[in-house]
Design a binder for this molecule. Sequence first.
Ligand SMILES: Cc1cc2nc3c(=O)[nH]c(=O)nc-3n(C[C@H](O)[C@H](O)[C@H](O)COP(=O)(O)OP(=O)(O)OC[C@H]3O[C@@H](n4cnc5c(N)ncnc54)[C@H](O)[C@@H]3O)c2cc1C
Length: 254
Amino acid sequence: MPNALLYAGGSDILRAQAGRSLALPAEIILLGSVAELRQVALSERFVEIGAAVSLAEILELRENAVPELLLKTLRLVATPSVRSLATIGGNLAAQDRFMDAWPALACLDALAECRRGTESRWVNVNRFVDAEGRPSLPPGSLVTRIRLPLDVWDLSAARKIGTKDYPGRSTAVFAFLARADKGILADFRLAFAGERAIRDRDIETRILGRRLPLPARERETRAAEYRERAAGLPPAMAAAFAALVDGAFDLLSR
Ligand SMILES: Cc1cc2nc3c(=O)[nH]c(=O)nc-3n(C[C@H](O)[C@H](O)[C@H](O)COP(=O)(O)OP(=O)(O)OC[C@H]3O[C@@H](n4cnc5c(N)ncnc54)[C@H](O)[C@@H]3O)c2cc1C
């Protein structure tokens, strides 16, 4: 059924409907009834979460089964009742804007298993962004699982700006991760997304290998690069992003 609507929790599909009766296409595939999409598999190095697992169910998984950054992010999504419907696959597959999970999944270098017809492949979620920074899950793709590495991080943070419980134009989520090794910044990842996404691996690479606390000059140079990167965002959002980048660098400067 190539034209069928993929319906997971339905929270985003129904959010777009303002009428008194629902308008849905004749062909719908209910992903919640596909057992394979409801599974969670944990190994020493990864957790694989079925696309139709709800955000509430992820928050209830046992301790250390899910990266702390994703848990922090999912707690920022809407209300408990929306989180019990909303699925991780539906959050990642939104077409008109990025939903809240993307920045954390991007920082974690999560892989999504995408199926089209009989073809199946693992794609880094950072590739679901087009040249203008907008969502670009290939049309007709079914996300079946999301694989998250269970690495250990020294710092992880997620912040939301704008309308808290609803995806508005002023809403965006910021996420960052850092790890030090013998006083040296060994890994650093930072992502931001609302209507458009920012993840700049070149800036991340330039900051790696610096001794901590981060020297003031290094911090100023990288903060300026991030400000330049955000120049295309609406001014209030660019200012909020710059303040969040400063906050992340504060943590690395102590
Ligand atoms: C009141 C309200 C508040 C909300 N607040 C927030 C918020 O604070 N933060 C936030 O991030 N979101 C929020 N949302 C949006 C929504 O709840 C989430 O994005 C949710 O995770 C979507 O998941 P779902 O399973 O309900 O997706 P659905 O509505 O079922 O589907 C959304 C889209 O993804 C496609 N899709 C679904 N699953 C897959 C799949 N496995 N593979 C490919 N395509 C798929 C569908 O075809 C559809 O196009 C809110 C929604 C409502 C109604």
